[in-house]
Design a protein around this ligand. Structure first.
Ligand SMILES: *[C@@H]1O[C@H](CO)[C@@H](O)[C@H](O)[C@H]1NC(C)=O
Ligand SMILES: *[C@@H]1O[C@H](CO)[C@@H](O)[C@H](O)[C@H]1NC(C)=O
Length: 301
């Protein structure tokens, strides 16, 4: 990062065409990590794994939390896919979170240099908190609010969320880029992770055909090493174990050339999620902060 803030974000971000293959981690913030921890872990993501982004997951409503995210990301040299968390309760808290985030984005001069995109999520179509037309209107209003900062807006959603709302073309029209969820473990066709490529490709093809050529990231993307209350397969053959979790990332890593050539600037994928302390079984690190397996995916090919 430069010693002084540039005056504009013109030519600040990398060309979208370079943002393919592994780009970083989903990072849950529900624990309201302090600045020290954010800085330490963002630096680890940048230096140990060559991550370029974190994608926020969950919510922390502590005063000034997004400023800590901005400062930690700036210090580490990371970008952020920020998130307006809807939660699972169907309540209205997301409105205050939206307003708090927008206020921070306008107030903090570093915000537009680390915030790559603002997402409504997680899975607002699937969860049906808003109708798809209301959600599209929220995306449009957010783009207007953030236009002077040049921060794009999207939703964080799986293919089925769009499909079950008739394709939600109004939402697809409104979003600037696609932050797609890819969780093949839950497919009715799932067996082992290393056999999941047809499931991934099927969802990819829907986004490629319907996504109006917009850039695609796989944001909530992984395979669990254990099942839990909220993580149950829909296929008798789906396997959750650590071998399969690492096989999933090996599979994605082996498809680098495919991801590079997808229209819209290639596909960048995030690993969901940084640590088991954030979501049981999905971590690259376990509860004790040890790597669960070798994780060294390519960031270009
Ligand atoms: C953006 O949204 C915030 C929070 O709702 C509001 O305070 C601010 O006035 C808005 N700014 C613009 C330019 O619309
Ligand atoms: C996936 O998990 C199953 C069940 O634990 C295991 O037998 C298998 O070796 C793992 N990997 C593959 C490639 O099937």
């Amino acid at each position: 990062m430069p010693a002084t803030l540039p005056s504009t974000t013109n030519n600040w971000w990398c060309d979208m065409n370079t943002e393919y293959a592994f780009v970083g981690f989903s990072y849950e913030v529900t624990a309201c990590q302090d600045l020290d921890q954010l800085q330490r872990e963002f630096t680890d993501i940048r230096q140990r794994f060559k991550g370029r982004y974190i994608r926020m997951y969950g919510a922390c409503d502590r005063d000034g939390f997004y400023d800590d995210i901005i400062n930690a990301a700036w210090e580490a040299g990371l970008g952020v896919h920020a998130l307006i968390w809807f939660g699972f309760d169907g309540d209205d808290k997301w409105k205050t979170r939206r307003d708090t985030l927008f206020t921070a984005l306008h107030a903090n001069p570093k915000a537009k240099f680390v915030t790559r995109v603002v997402q409504f999520g997680s899975e607002p179509l699937f969860d049906g908190v808003l109708s798809h037309s209301e959600l599209a209107a929220q995306v449009v209003a957010a783009k207007e609010n953030l236009s002077s900062l040049g921060i794009p807006v999207t939703i964080s959603e799986m293919v089925y969320g769009y499909q079950e709302r008739g394709g939600a073309k109004d939402v697809l029209d409104a979003i600037d880029l696609i932050d797609a969820h890819m969780l093949p473990f839950f497919s009715q066709q799932a067996s082992t992770a290393s056999a999941s490529w047809p499931i991934v490709l099927n969802d990819m093809n829907w986004f490629i055909e319907n996504g109006e050529g917009k850039k695609i990231y796989l944001t909530e993307n992984g395979w669990p090493s254990v099942t839990s209350e909220g993580v149950q397969s829909n296929s008798p053959k789906a396997v959750a174990d650590i071998q399969n979790e690492s096989d999933y990332y090996k599979l994605l890593d082996s498809k680098c050339t495919y991801f590079k050539t997808v229209p819209g600037g290639g596909v960048g994928w995030f690993a969901h999620i940084y640590s088991d302390a954030m979501e049981p079984g999905y971590g690259i690190y376990n509860y004790y902060g040890n790597l669960k397996f070798v994780f060294n995916p390519a960031t270009s090919c």
